[in-house]
Ligand binder design. Structure first.
Ligand code: AMP
Length: 490
């Protein structure tokens, strides 16, 4: 089984209908999309072998859809790279994955070419257009469902990204769970890509393609609340995946629900109860919550549309209940099940769970134990089966929908000669969800630190505030007490 089958079915059933749209304009029909994907697959297959990794570094663009299916048709592995990363961070992912080739948007190509030796092909280049002249390959029929389809890079706490290995079977389990739990699109529906297609939004491509729903890419290639709402007025039966902060930005426009907007899936970071209540008031019960992570793509627990209607604060503040086909449990440090309302680590298992981290057996052994995925998130179940996340043991800061790992920022800060110690924490913020705050022991001035960071990591990871302190609070093992620092900020 190969995920290309979902496009094959859509093209067979809906050949002449619109498949891919840029804003309001139709770019490709389903037949065009299948044809282009199979031609690109032929050209990709001319070098290398099945299982090769192929990276795609681009802001949201129509080509991402055809490349995803072309890569699968050629039995290669799709490695999307978040376009917001610094070129050096992109290079780390390209290097770690051992990618044979990188497809990059024209905007990203020049910077990427200067940091990697791997061939980089711009999506508007003559060589890309040449690929469309190849003859169509046959669709793949014998792919082992356990073979690798997607390397999903999460930011590592040590600063190096880890690639969660997702197979065709994992992504098909995700697809089926989405269609059975959350949404029921058909060929008069649309998926509007508000969030990055390299991550959250891209994972929804298979379920919506399977149902023949339009793939709509905003012309701005980014998230603009007004543009997003306009597109949801225009395209039939619109669904979207949005980070919680994006939902907030929709509400802030003060506009009513677009007539065609049917489903907004939110998640990937905490949604505060108050914000959800405002969103429900503004748009009605169109919301679905997911709790997931790259290691179990988008599919651990969730709240359905109806669960939001007349929900208590406890339910709205929870992450819902186990998704179809997924076993979810909360365990104590010794691996034994926790009692109801007892906080422990959230673990899960099922066909969605990755087979491990790419070329990283130590991290795999730490995360997959006795068949269970250890999420690193702490939480508890209540008597009604709702799971509530209590703390993120990984200390990840989620700002504007993007994950920021404090350790990575700390390490870069510590590279500055005038920084003796640094500790980075997140603090709640009405606009960004959370913002990054850095506690600094040292004499480096704020503008110097900003410049130092901008040379090394993505802009969005930069602290919004620096607080200078004489020393950092530490426990008896010398570990910094982050909780104390967070409390100082309240
Ligand atoms: P990533 O793998 O980058 O998508 O990050 C996954 C992490 O985001 C999870 O381990 C959680 O800590 C957090 N997360 C995901 N969904 C939710 C949610 N619905 N509510 C709160 N936190 C979430």
């Amino acid at each position: 089984m190969n995920l290309f089958a979902v496009l094959e079915q859509a093209a067979t059933r809906h050949g002449d209908r619109g498949a891919v749209y840029l804003g309001e304009h139709r770019v490709l029909t389903w037949s065009d999309l299948r044809d282009r994907a199979l031609r690109i697959a032929t050209s990709i297959s001319e070098t290398g072998e099945p299982g090769d990794r192929i990276a795609v570094a681009s802001e949201n663009r129509p080509e991402i859809v055809e490349l995803m299916f072309a890569i699968w048709a050629a039995e290669r592995v799709f490695v999307p790279v978040n376009y917001k990363l610094h070129p050096l961070e992109m290079e780390q992912i390209i290097d770690d994955s051992g990618a044979a080739l990188v497809f990059a948007s024209p905007r990203i190509t020049p910077a990427l070419t200067s940091v990697t030796d791997v061939p980089v092909e711009a999506l508007d280049s003559p060589s890309y257009l040449n690929r469309l002249e190849a003859t169509s390959s046959d669709r793949p029929r014998d792919t082992d469902p356990g073979s690798l389809a997607w390397l999903f890079y999460t930011s590592g706490t040590t600063g190096r990204s880890k690639g969660a290995m997702l197979s065709h079977r994992n992504l098909m389990a995700m697809t089926v769970a989405h269609l059975s739990d959350f949404d029921d699109p058909d060929d008069h529906c649309s998926l509007v890509h508000g969030a990055p297609m390299s991550h959250g939004s891209g994972l929804y491509i298979p379920p919506y393609v399977l149902r023949g729903a339009r793939q709509v890419i905003p012309e701005s290639a980014t998230f603009d609340a007004a543009e997003f709402l306009d597109l949801c007025e225009h395209h039939p039966g619109s669904s979207a995946f949005l980070a919680p902060t994006m939902v907030q930005r929709l509400v802030e426009t003060g506009r009513p629900r677009p007539a065609q907007l049917r489903t907004v899936v939110y998640g990937g970071g905490p949604m505060y109860v108050d914000s959800m209540k405002k969103a429900l008031k503004a748009f009605g019960p169109i919301f679905v919550q997911l709790y997931g992570q790259g290691e179990a793509p988008m599919t651990i627990t969730g709240l359905r549309r109806a669960d939001h209607v007349g929900a208590t604060d406890a339910v709205l503040g929870s992450v819902g209940y186990a998704r179809s086909g997924v076993d979810v449990a909360v365990v104590r440090a010794d691996g034994k099940p926790a009692e109801l309302n007892e906080i422990g680590e959230i673990v899960c298992r099922g066909d969605v769970v990755m087979s491990g981290y790419w070329r990283n057996p130590d991290a795999t052994a730490d995360t997959l134990k006795r068949g269970w995925l250890h999420t690193g998130d702490m939480g508890s179940f209540d008597a009604d089966g709702y799971l509530t996340l209590r703390d993120r043991s990984k200390d990840v800061v989620i700002s504007g929908g993007s994950n920021i790992y404090p350790r990575e920022v700390e390490e870069v800060l510590l590279e500055h000669p005038d920084v003796a110690e640094a500790c980075v924490v997140g603090t709640p913020d009405p606009d960004w969800g959370e913002i990054v705050i850095a506690f600094i022991v040292g004499t480096a001035a704020e503008p110097d630190l900003d410049a130092h960071l901008l040379e090394r990591i993505a802009r969005f990871k930069r602290p919004k505030r620096y607080l200078y302190v004489d020393e950092l609070p530490k426990n008896s093992y010398g570990k910094v007490l982050k909780r104390e620092l967070r409390e100082q900020l309240r």
